[in-house]
Design a binder for this molecule. Sequence first.
Ligand SMILES: [Cu+2]
Length: 338
Amino acid sequence: MNWLKVCAVVFVCSLSAWSAEQCASCGTDCGCGEICECNHEPRAPIGVMGDHVHHQGGWMVSYRYMFMSMEGLRDGTSSVSLDQVLMPTGTYMMAPVSMDMQMHMFGAMYTPINNLTVGLMLPYKVNKMEMQAMSGVRSEMDSSGFGDLKLSGNYRLWSSSAQQLLFNLALSFPTGSIDEENAAGQHLPYPMQLGSGSYGLIPGITYSGLSNGWGWGAQANGTFYLNENDNDYTLGNRYGLQAWGLRDLCKSSALSLRLSGNRVENIHGADPTLNPMMTPVADPNLRAGTQVDLLAGIDYRKNFMRLALEAGLPVYQELDGPQLETDWKVIAGLQLSF
Ligand SMILES: [Cu+2]
C-alpha cells in the first residue's frame, strides 16, 4: 500500500513540475502565451461540488461517474485480518472482504438571477460487496438503483477580479431505497443501501481564486440528516474540509491537486432486522471514520464543454472498525453549459 502512495506523490509532483515548465515555454511553442496571465473564472477540480455560479439565464447539464474500491479491514488506523475478526479468534460469523461502489450522477443547473445558481442532482448507484463466512465460504451482495435527490443553491457572496466566495446550501430528499434485500428477503447491511431514508441539509462555503495561471481554493461543508427514517435509524452527520491547487496549461487545460478530508459519524438508532452481533457491516456503531484523500486531476475545456478526470487515494484513514478501508477512487465528469 505504501509504495502506491509514494508512486502517487511522485506522479503528482512530476505533473506539477511539468506543467509549470509548459507554461513558461508556451509563449513560443503552443501559442497560448497569454494564458499565464489569462483571466477566466476560478476553477475547482471535478470532484468539488458547488464551486461555481453561471451567468444569468445560463444552463448547465452534467454527468459524473465515480468509482471507489475498498478492500481489507481496518480498526482505528491499523489493518486487521479476516481471521482476527471472524470466529473462533474474533466474534463475528461473517465479515466483508471488499466492496466496489459506482455512482452515475446526473445534474442540471440553472441561473435565474445574478449570483445565484440552482441545481438538481440525482445519483444512480451500483454496489457490490464480497463477504466471507467463518467457514471460509465467500458470497456476494449486490444493490443498484437511484439514490437521494439533491436540490442545491450556490450563491456568490463576494467576488473580486481574481477571487470569489460562495455560499452553498443543498436539500437532500429520501428518494433512494433503504429496503434493499438479499435473495432470502433480508435487508442488506447499511453500506449497501442506496439512500439515507431521511431529509438532509447540506450547508457549505467555497472560496476560490486565480492568478497568473495558478488557481487555488477551499471548501467546508456538512451533511445533517434531519429525521429518523422508516427503518428506525438516522445516518450520521458528515463534515468535509478540502483544499486544492490548479495550474493552467494551454488555454483549455489545467492540472490539479486536491487534499480532501472527511469525517462521518456513526448511525443513530438501528434497523431492527439487522443483527450487529453477526457482522460488523450490520452494526450502526461501526460506521464512523475520518479519511483524508489526495487526488490528482486533469481538466479540459473547449467552448461550452468541460471534460475532467480526478483520481486519488487515502493518505490517512481512521475508522471505527472493523470496517472496510478505501484503496482508491476515480471521478470523471462531462459538463455542458449554454
Ligand atoms: Cu454549472
